[in-house]
Write a protein that binds this ligand. Structure first.
Ligand code: PLP
Length: 383
């Protein structure tokens, strides 16, 4: 009897580079600056609050859109920081991480044959989600050192088939952030069109040098057509909790929830209550930029005598280093060699381009304790 054969819906997708590099870091006992996650503990206060809610018995399914208290906390924060009112009942949804929110938002709008504009280098979940929904990614390539968007090129790429544009600020993997002028340019392009937007703002609180995060919430033309996505995992150093959110106008949220309710239905209940309580103290998120700026500076200080060159990251917890003065190898080979020989794992930035464009740049995650950053810097200076 013959066995059933799967016809892959994602034939080009293999094991992600993050899994490969993290495994290699373990195998070679290297410092793992590849995957983006903190190696320091989360707030013990937050952990105690989660425990409190678990012990109180908040352990069954949460309401499908998220617990009311957390939706209200998300809405209050949006009002406080960006001056916009999202109704917690109809416009705020708690999700199982930013990743789930991205998938639900993309699935809510993309139909077969729709074009979706994606800026590269791009976070790796966007394109598979577009393709699973029958969409066609239209790539716009951004270049080091500033990774600025050329809005004239965006204008040329927009067609009658464009359904969605996905934007990420602060940006993984480059650390670039969008300016108020960028938002204005995009607004001029989408005004009076049927184009939707996804603003991936999971690093909204990780931004440096007194730069302001320009949320899509702050521009009415963008806001009215945007799914805006956040991640508590990033903001509160708990990436393993996989908890995030999406805010969007009611018509968009209605469709978003139709997907969300059958993808996960709801997210972890005691954590939602705990986050709502933790967010009552705004310092818990307002102090995050300074905390990570110190880490970025520590890492840059540790590599300043190396042969790497860099543009300081403006946001996210990633710093890119160019090795043009060091080697001609392709970035994947160098990332492997650095892990094996120097003992520092990183991510080759070419993996974030569909055609593997190699600008000779590696991405390093600086969400690590100071001793780890110093030791990594010492090793990198030896190259
Ligand atoms: C740009 C970007 N978007 C979304 C996510 C996903 O966030 P979460 O871990 O909350 O699913 C990440 C995580 O690395 C990211 O870097």
């Amino acid at each position: 009897m013959s066995k059933p054969v799967i016809n892959s819906k994602l034939p080009h997708v293999g094991t992600t580079i993050f899994a490969i590099m993290s495994k290699m870091a373990t195998d070679y006992n290297a410092i793992n600056l590849s995957q983006g996650f903190p190696n320091f503990p989360a707030s013990s206060e937050l952990i105690s609050i989660v425990e409190k809610y678990m012990r109180k018995g908040f352990n069954q399914y949460a309401p499908m859109p998220g617990v009311k208290e957390l939706r209200e906390a998300i809405s209050d924060k949006a009002e406080k920081l960006y001056g916009i009112s999202y109704h917690p009942e109809t416009e705020v949804t708690v999700t199982s991480g930013g990743t789930e929110a991205l998938f639900s938002a993309i699935s809510a709008v993309v139909e077969k044959g729709d074009e979706v504009i994606v800026f590269e280098p791009a976070y790796d979940s966007y394109v598979p989600a577009i393709e699973l929904n029958g969409g066609i990614p239209i790539y716009i390539s951004l270049c080091p050192p500033h990774y600025k968007i050329d809005w004239e090129i965006v204008k040329q790429k927009i067609s009658s088939k464009t359904k969605l544009i996905i934007v990420n600020t602060p940006h993984n993997p480059t650390g670039a952030v969008l300016s108020a002028e960028d938002l204005k340019q995009l607004a001029n392009m989408v005004r009076n069109t049927n184009i939707f937007l996804i603003a991936d703002e999971v690093y909204e609180h990780i931004i440096f040098d007194d730069l302001k995060h320009h949320s899509f919430m702050t521009h009415p033309v963008l806001q009215e057509r945007s799914f805006i996505i956040g991640s508590f995992g990033k903001t509160f150093h708990v990436t393993g909790w996989k908890i995030g959110f999406c805010v969007a106008p009611v018509a968009l949220t209605t469709e978003f929830r139709k997907i969300h309710q059958f993808l996960t239905f709801a997210s972890i209940t005691p954590v939602q209550y705990a986050l709502a309580e933790f967010m009552k103290n705004p310092d818990n998120y307002l102090e995050v930029p300074a905390f990570y700026e110190q880490k970025r500076n520590k890492f840059l200080d540790a590599v300043k005598n190396s042969k790497f060159t860099f543009q300081p990251s403006s946001g996210s917890y990633f710093q890119n280093l160019s090795y043009k003065n060091i080697s001609n190898e392709n970035d994947f080979d160098l990332a492997v060699r650095l892990t094996k020989e120097i003992g520092v794992a990183s991510i080759p930035v070419s993996v974030f381009y569909h055609d593997k464009t190699d600008h000779k740049i590696l991405r390093f995650c600086f969400a690590k304790d100071d001793a780890t950053l110093e030791l990594a810097g010492e090793k990198l200076c030896g190259l």
